[in-house]
Design a protein around this ligand. Structure first.
Ligand code: ADP
Length: 515
């Protein structure tokens, strides 16, 4: 079958399939014309159907799809003009060719205005028929191809637009600030995060010189310089900047030149990352290490000092030597306690992964903590009262950490108490928490020291507490445990009168919500 006689399917999915023969409907009330057309067209390999009148033709056109319809202009039941209009409404892509006699030639010419592609005048030769049909089908093929190209182009455009808006959404959601400039140093893109980081009150105008939006001249230079950076596909620079004179906000600025495939610079991208918290963490870590080193050195230096005196025979009096060894022993014990607490701090920091949370009766936990501190209370002659209500809630917590938490607070209440002082424990449900108060009649804490109380190594050195041993880590451990369980700890204190430490722990059904 000649290629020109085939019409490719309109479905792009099927475009690789074998072309199907064009389908043609011949509508004419004259059997000889109908048959003649059918024979000529079938011989050429077209799929041909016939109809003896306008109504039958329309019914077939409704049932089936035709690439081309030959329509006789004069038919008794429904004339060709009427059928042409109905077919145009039904299937605008179908090519319609009017079969006409000389008497209706003028009318046939007018049908081209109504959408007929061409007409053929009776009587016609097979070649005349084939000529007009092949031209009609070629036009149809070209129309379909043009449409599919337009559809493809629209689809691509839509894809690009979708991709662009997706990228835009991603850039807008970034926590890092992004700012892009072109080769002419004009602003071409930015995201909301950069407005916040640079504290810009008004949204920058695209196309404006970028320098006016960068408060830090050095940062602006860094970005401008990247536009003339050496020819390297991946040239990028990272530098730290303070965004305010006090250095409260610190950012890491990453600058990279944007190049095309030939290495030509198109512009530059600035990405700002807020590293204030990281810097603070870094500072705290360094401070912590310095503090640990200091706290470890003091007792070791004291021990070494005593031992030097003894070993150097500077002190010979056995009573004095014994006293010094006892001091060494005490400092050694303090050192061990400090290392114990340090291990606890580092364990708590890593405990996120292996904390064992279970349902625990609060009364049992308090009981265990009280038993642990009772020898210390006896030595200090401090009495402890613990009146618990009959109905105490369960805790959802790690047992070891809960015992540690209350032991630390009770131990402090005894240590910083006066001789024959009192400690009392009270509990109360205050939805969504259970509240535990540990009060004492001790030395109290000055108001200005309260905010620093839970920091690592913070110790008050007053005449009353000078001889109390401790590591300064107990309350920081308390806070870490309470925080990890979604609770909080508070303190009120009256100097010389006593203190109350209050722990709030979420009730079991609140644990999921509050942690
Ligand atoms: P440590 O007791 O080992 O020194 P903590 O972190 O437990 O360390 O306590 C920090 C400081 O808070 C203590 O040195 C003490 O000055 C003060 N403090 C803690 N609890 C009490 C309390 N119940 N009464 C008075 N002062 C207290």
């Amino acid at each position: 079958m000649p290629e020109a006689l085939k019409v490719r399917s309109r479905d792009p999915q099927e475009s690789l399939a074998e072309p199907v023969p064009a389908s043609i409907l011949v509508v004419d009330d004259e059997p000889a014309v109908r048959e003649g057309c059918r024979r000529v067209l079938c011989r050429k390999g077209y799929r041909v159907e016939t109809a003896a009148g306008g109504k039958e033709g329309l019914a077939k056109a409704r049932q089936d799809h035709f690439d081309l319809i030959l329509i006789d202009i004069k038919m008794p039941d429904m004339d060709g003009v009427e059928l042409l209009q109905a077919v145009r409404n039904l299937s605008p892509d179908t090519v319609c060719i009017i079969i006409t006699g000389y008497a209706t030639l003028e009318l046939a010419v007018r049908t081209t205005k109504l959408g007929a592609y061409d007409f053929v005048t009776k009587p016609f030769t097979p070649n005349e028929l084939l000529g007009v049909v092949e031209r009609g089908l070629e036009v149809r093929r070209l129309t379909l191809e043009a449409r599919s190209l337009a559809e493809e182009r629209d689809r691509r455009l839509l894809e690009i637009a979708t991709e662009k808006s997706r990228l835009r959404t991603i850039i807008n959601c970034l926590a890092d600030g992004v700012l892009v400039i072109n080769r002419e140093r004009q602003l071409v893109l930015y995201n909301p995060a950069i407005l916040t980081l640079l504290s810009l009150k008004e949204a920058p105008r695209l196309g404006q010189p970028f320098e006016q939006y960068l408060p830090n001249p050095e940062m602006a230079t860094l970005l401008a310089e990247s536009l003339s950076s050496p020819d390297s596909q991946y040239s990028r620079v990272a530098r730290e900047f303070s965004l305010d004179p006090e250095g409260k906000t610190v950012v890491m600025a990453n600058v990279a030149a944007v190049r095309d495939e030939n290495g030509q610079i198109l512009g530059a991208v600035l990405v700002l990352r807020d590293i204030t918290q990281l810097k603070e963490l870094d500072r705290m870590k360094a401070q912590f290490i310095a503090m640990v080193a200091h706290e470890l050195r003091a007792p070791l230096a004291a021990i070494k000092g005593y031992l030097d005196l003894i070993l150097g025979d500077t002190v010979r009096d056995p009573a004095q030597i014994r006293h010094m060894l006892e001091r060494c022993n005490q400092r050694g014990e303090a050192l061990l306690a400090l290392i114990q607490d340090l291990l606890e701090v580092s364990r708590l920091e890593a405990a996120r992964t292996f904390r064992r949370i279970e349902q625990l009766p609060l009364a049992d936990i308090l009981q265990s903590a009280l038993e642990l501190v009772s020898p210390q209370a006896r030595t200090r002659k401090v009495s402890i009262t613990c009146e618990l209500p009959a109905e105490l809630p369960l805790l959802q917590a790690d047992r070891e950490e809960m015992i540690r938490l209350f032991t630390n607070l009770l131990s402090n209440a005894i240590k910083y108490n006066r001789e024959e002082g009192k400690v009392w424990v009270e509990t109360k449900v205050e939805e969504p928490y259970v509240r535990i108060d540990i009060s004492d009649t001790g030395v109290g804490i000055p108001r200005e020291a309260l905010p620093k109380l839970f920091r690592e190594f913070f110790r008050l050195r007053t005449p009353e507490t000078k001889y109390v041993t401790g590591t300064g880590l107990g309350l920081s451990i308390v806070k870490k445990i309470v925080d990890a369980h979604g609770g909080r700890v508070e303190v009120i204190s009256e100097l010389g009168e006593g203190s109350t430490f209050t722990v709030y722990l979420p009730l079991p059904e609140q644990v999921g919500k509050s942690t």
